[in-house]
Design a protein around this ligand. Structure first.
Ligand code: ALA
Length: 412
């Protein structure tokens, strides 16, 4: 049995073709064990968590809280109460911007992000800056897609209250020098919010070693269900922050005049959570741990290097993002052919990639591009997927050459 066999989606043909799924940065496929865990949660232990006093509720609560412990161990948080269940990375970052930001950012303060960020790590900070009359600053990029740290001294100042930074770029695959940035930000008393969505499926995370203040990630990019994610935050910060949303679970007592809030993590978990999906996330973590990061890293690096080298053999292709340290993503453009056309033709050959702006319009603007084609890897990808993609690429070139010739013939 191969890794691919663990994923039922690959049993089907797409337009009669084998499926080469190279869009894991958008969302990863789900192994059978995760699907089974979600089905089992709904089939056998469906009850609301922390509320009802019956068998099913108790079973659901135990499975739900067991996932919190798994998450804690997975990212090496000090305590499981520092791990809050949210809807995904986007909600995690919005939570910090609203709760921590509202309380701690004041007129004239600064928030620093980088040119690599995707919209979820730009817009919440823009909204906060507008509300608080604060200033959003951006670490610029180098042409190879690395951060240009030569201006960091000017950008990171005593006014910087928050550094919000990605660990791995979803559009280019650049790995940022996170530890160094965190240390530099802490030297200025700024807190650091890490967008870890694109890192968590590929790199072992240790939030204590990184010493980040907040770390956000999504289940669906790490082989788990959609609709659930994690916000890790240091206990002292979370304790001092006001709730993000009001509702059930985040309170201890309520009168019409006043509410006494619950402790963390529940203070930030208003309303019924995505119970079965959280349980599915627990199974996804177990799955990743069984496969192991050494295997994942080795497998994905081999594919990344092979695909990069092969793509460079096409004179029509320009790679976008060639950072010295990058993982799991290759972005490229082709002279005279729009990325959407490439992705559409790829699809006909069973090759799933994303052609677009990758939720990172300012990044595309930096490169002066409307879009790129993005290939992104997961632990199920093989050399066969790369060969299938290269075959589809040759077809793209053939189709467009033919079109150009017939257009030329019509003109003469
Ligand atoms: N942010 C996701 C992506 O990179 C959706 O495609």
């Amino acid at each position: 049995m191969t890794m691919r066999d663990e994923f039922p989606v690959f049993k089907q043909l797409v337009y009669g073709k084998r499926l080469a799924y190279l869009d894991s940065a958008a969302t990863a496929q789900k192994p059978q064990c995760v699907i089974d865990a979600v089905v089992n949660a709904y089939s056998n232990i469906n009850g609301n968590v922390h509320r009802s006093m019956h068998y099913l509720s108790d079973q659901a609560t135990q499975a739900f809280e067991a996932t919190r412990i798994q998450v804690k161990n997975f990212i090496n948080a000090k305590q499981s109460k520092e791990c809050i269940f949210v809807r995904g990375t986007t909600e995690a970052i919005n939570l910090v911007a609203s709760s921590y930001g509202e309380q701690n950012v004041h007129p004239g303060d600064e928030i620093l992000i980088s040119g690599l960020e995707h919209h979820s790590n730009i817009i919440p900070w823009q909204m906060l800056c507008q509300k608080k009359d604060a200033r959003l600053k951006v670490i610029p990029l180098l042409p190879n897609g690395e951060l240009d740290l030569s201006r960091l001294d000017d950008l990171l100042t005593d006014k910087t209250k928050i550094l919000a930074i990605t660990y791995v770029s979803n559009a280019l695959g650049t790995v940022t020098p996170l530890k160094k940035l965190i240390d530099r930000a802490h030297a200025k008393q700024a807190v650091v919010v890490v967008d870890g969505a694109q890192a968590v499926p590929h790199l072992k995370i240790d939030v204590q070693e990184l010493n980040c203040d907040f770390f956000a990630f999504s289940s669906h990019k790490m082989y788990g269900p959609t609709g659930v994610g994690i916000l890790y935050g240091k206990e002292s910060l979370l304790n001092a922050m006001p709730p993000y949303q009001g509702g059930g679970e985040m309170m201890i007592t309520v009168t019409h005049e006043n509410t006494i809030y619950n402790e963390i993590p529940y203070k930030f978990e208003a309303g019924t959570p995505a119970i079965a999906e959280v349980i599915g996330l627990g199974r996804a973590i177990q799955f990743i741990e069984e496969v192991g990061f050494p295997f994942i890293k080795q497998q994905e690096q081999v594919l990344l290097h092979y695909a990069t080298q092969k793509l460079q053999e096409f004179p029509e292709i320009k790679l976008i993002g060639t950072a010295a340290e990058k993982i799991s993503v290759i972005s490229f453009v082709m002279a005279g052919i729009h990325p959407h056309d490439i992705a559409t033709i790829f699809d006909q050959y069973g090759v799933a990639v994303r052609g677009g702006r990758h939720c990172a319009m300012p990044l595309m603007d930096y490169f002066g591009l409307p879009a790129t084609v993005r290939i992104s890897f997961g632990l199920y990808n093989t050399m066969e997927d790369i060969e299938q993609m290269l075959h589809a690429l040759k077809e793209v070139i053939r189709v467009f050459k033919k079109q150009r010739i017939s257009k030329y013939q019509k003109e003469v």
